[in-house]
Design a protein around this ligand. Structure first.
Ligand SMILES: CC(C)(COP(=O)(O)OP(=O)(O)OC[C@H]1O[C@@H](n2cnc3c(N)ncnc32)[C@H](O)[C@@H]1OP(=O)(O)O)[C@@H](O)C(=O)NCCC(=O)NCCS
Length: 153
């Protein structure tokens, strides 16, 4: 894998963003219209791009105007690029983006069965703050996790 660069997504990335989620069940994917809407909303889309392999990972952060809590809405690494630290790097870039926008914490929901994602978040100091029963359309529970961005004095 060539050296990845983390940068904000643009309209030109929409095709690659749709392709990144191609292996997901249909109900878990964003279509082109959703990606376009996210690009123009109170959101940041950060992508991990490589000169040779193209777009390998993406993360979406949502920001409500007055909320100090940013929401990690989506995080995906291409199957062939997993296990190489891309999610960890993208998550750190999302946290830096949230800090820059004045957020004091990041919150997310993850499927209770998604052990690779929950381990990623735990290793990055996210803690479970609630279990949301029947959160997903298929009835699975979500873990709500949160990380404070404020450094201890
Ligand atoms: C979850 C996901 C984003 C991880 O991406 P990744 O680039 O492979 O993760 P990284 O290589 O950055 O791993 C960082 C840490 O996460 C944890 N982790 C990642 N994949 C793991 C796995 N398969 N099993 C156990 N722990 C895992 C580990 O703690 C790892 O640190 P380590 O390598 O020092 O052990 C990726 O598997 C993915 O896109 N999955 C499908 C979409 C998804 O589930 N997104 C999250 C929805 S909330």
């Amino acid at each position: 894998m060539s050296e990845p660069l983390i940068r904000p997504a643009t309209q030109a990335d929409i095709g690659a963003l749709v392709a990144l989620e191609a292996s997901f069940p249909e109900e878990d994917r964003f279509d082109r219209r959703t990606w376009r809407r996210l690009l123009s909303a109170h959101a940041s889309i950060l992508v991990c791009d490589t000169p040779r392999d193209g777009l390998l990972a993406a993360a979406v952060m949502l920001y409500r105007k007055s909320a100090g809590i940013a929401r990690l809405y989506s995080l995906t690494v291409a199957p062939e690029a997993r296990g190489k630290g891309l999610a960890r790097a993208l998550l750190a870039a999302c946290e830096a983006d949230a800090t820059e926008r004045g957020a004091h914490a990041v919150r997310l929901e993850v499927r209770a069965s998604n052990s690779s994602a929950t381990r990623l978040y735990e290793a990055a100091d996210y803690r479970v703050i609630a279990t949301l029963e029947s959160y997903y359309p298929d009835g699975e529970a979500a873990l709500r996790m949160e990380k404070s961005l404020e450094r201890a004095l």
